[in-house]
Design a protein around this ligand. Structure first.
Ligand SMILES: *[C@@H]1O[C@H](CO)[C@@H](O)[C@H](O)[C@H]1NC(C)=O
Ligand SMILES: *[C@@H]1O[C@H](CO)[C@@H](O)[C@H](O)[C@H]1NC(C)=O
Ligand SMILES: *[C@@H]1O[C@H](CO)[C@@H](O)[C@H](O)[C@H]1NC(C)=O
Ligand SMILES: *[C@@H]1O[C@H](CO)[C@@H](O)[C@H](O)[C@H]1NC(C)=O
Length: 304
């Protein structure tokens, strides 16, 4: 029996082309494009979407790479995929989790489309790719904690505005350089960092509070995807200080925020290290389901 991937391979490009050559950047068109990206990742066949967008720039962990040599080059046994669609910015974000012990990954991929050309002509694809040796990495943990969460669409009438959602994510990073900023953290709130749930003290407290942030980290190069239906902002950033061996070099990082009623409910982080485990020794702060410092733990180690 031909695999599902083989079938997708045959039918998807044509089907997607037909769907997408008409007009503007609709949610349906963006959904077709993210489905195609997921199919390409699963099949390990980048041509599935490069056929549509031969000139797209392709970046992994802030470095341009030939798509054929990137993470899409080999099939991935996807345990999870979830996508968000930004009809205003004509952009999308896909989250992938692969627990395959030979090649585990957690990937956040940000895609920008050119509405002027057609609905799903891809201009830019950039991925934050985390694997063994990256910050707090544990794909099994990522899959497990994610499975306990609810990411259903926010019912109409209860959706936050684009500005409210975006401001919640921005506040989180602004706080790293300005102690006066209040982050609208909800209760409960859960932060999934690399593969561990992290918070101050015990996990049952259901808090994303870190008990104080550093005050001198300027988070750079913020790039946004906002999906009002899902209450989501994802921000690709450069995170100085994450890799303690190269603390001044901003590490490639994506933070996905789920905002409900103006408050942060979930945070998913994907972070790439330049050096093994970003120079962290010993257990992941916050691993073993005991809570702990997480991102702040890293900076504590740095003395910031
Ligand atoms: C890709 O770039 C080439 C060279 O600039 C151009 O001729 C071609 O039309 C472009 N293709 C698409 C699909 O944008
Ligand atoms: C992606 O996720 C959707 C929804 O959970 C699922 O139906 C689909 O099979 C997944 N695709 C792949 C290639 O794993
Ligand atoms: C990864 O996460 C799983 C699920 O929470 C946990 O059982 C396991 O101990 C974690 N592994 C490491 C190395 O922290
Ligand atoms: C960071 O904080 C310092 C001190 O308050 C301030 O001078 C600087 O403008 C801030 N930088 C950014 C990018 O916000």
């Amino acid at each position: 029996m031909p695999s599902l991937n083989a079938i997708l391979l045959t039918i998807l490009p044509l089907a997607t082309l037909t769907t997408l050559t008409s007009a503007e950047c609709t949610r349906a068109a963006l959904k077709a494009a993210t489905a195609q990206y997921v199919a390409a990742a699963s099949a390990g066949n980048p041509a599935l979407w490069t056929a549509l967008s031969p000139n797209a720039s392709y970046i992994e962990n802030d470095e341009p790479v030939p798509v054929a040599r990137g993470v899409l080059a080999n099939p991935m046994k996807l345990d999870h995929n979830r996508s968000f669609h930004d009809t205003t910015a004509c952009a999308a974000l896909t989250e992938l989790i692969v627990t395959d012990t030979a090649k585990p990954y957690v990937v956040h991929t940000r895609m920008l489309f050119d509405p002027a050309l057609d609905a799903a002509r891809i201009k830019t694809v950039e991925s934050t790719v985390a694997t063994t040796g990256d910050w707090a990495f544990n794909a099994t943990g990522y899959l497990y904690w994610n499975s306990l969460e609810s990411w259903a669409p926010i019912p109409e009438g209860q959706r936050d505005s684009r500005d409210t959602i975006k401001a919640a994510g921005d506040a989180y990073f602004d706080r790293w350089n300005d102690t006066r900023v209040e982050i609208p953290l909800g209760t409960p709130c859960a932060r999934l960092e690399g593969g561990a749930y992290t918070g101050l003290g015990r996990l049952e407290e259901n808090t994303c509070n870190l008990g104080g942030f550093p005050s001198n980290i300027v988070v750079t190069n913020r790039r946004y995807i906002v999906d009002e239906e899902m209450g989501v902002v994802d921000i690709f950033i450069g995170f100085p200080g994450l890799d303690r061996n190269v603390p001044t070099r901003p590490a490639p990082d994506s933070h996905l925020f789920r905002v409900q009623g103006g408050k942060v409910r979930y945070i998913h982080t994907v972070s790439h290290c330049f050096t093994t485990r970003c120079g962290m020794t010993g257990p992941v702060p916050g691993s073993g389901n005991v809570g702990g410092g997480g991102e702040r733990g890293c900076r504590r180690g740095l003395g910031v």
